[in-house]
Write a protein that binds this ligand. Sequence first.
Ligand SMILES: Cc1cc2nc3c(=O)[nH]c(=O)nc-3n(C[C@H](O)[C@H](O)[C@H](O)COP(=O)(O)O)c2cc1C
Length: 136
Amino acid sequence: MEVLHTICYISKANPSLSEDEIQLLFEQVNQCNQVLGITGFLTYSFGRFFQVLEGNPKHILPLFENKIKEDQRHTEIFEVYNRSTPHQVFLKYNSKFKVVTQKEELQNIEKYLLAHRAAENSEKISRLLKPFLFFD
Ligand SMILES: Cc1cc2nc3c(=O)[nH]c(=O)nc-3n(C[C@H](O)[C@H](O)[C@H](O)COP(=O)(O)O)c2cc1C
């Protein structure tokens, strides 16, 4: 069976980041992840990022350890998950990997996670998602 890995974290955005810079980051992330077959999502609300990355550990681990963790655009990275998983929860989600900027889209993710509750990571991710659903 293919080895898969999931990383899930919350971080604090660098307060000097402008809206334009966040937009630029989002575009960069969408492009890179599609190429590498990484699934999950990235969202931002009130100065916090929340990201789920799933896929081949050969791609996910160096990306997280060497790039994302070193990125000056955020600090206080709190890892909720960093472990191998039997499957990618978001493989069947329509966008595979998505930067989420609309509350409706986050609500769709929440619904999707509830429908796939059997997957071991789904419930934890949906609990973490809750605070992000409160903000516009
Ligand atoms: C909150 C946050 C999330 C990020 N997520 C990803 C990601 O999922 N995929 C990705 O390729 N880069 C992501 N990046 C960007 C990387 O840190 C890095 O800039 C990018 O991989 C390009 O690195 P390079 O210019 O050294 O090739 C993220 C950055 C931040 C601040």
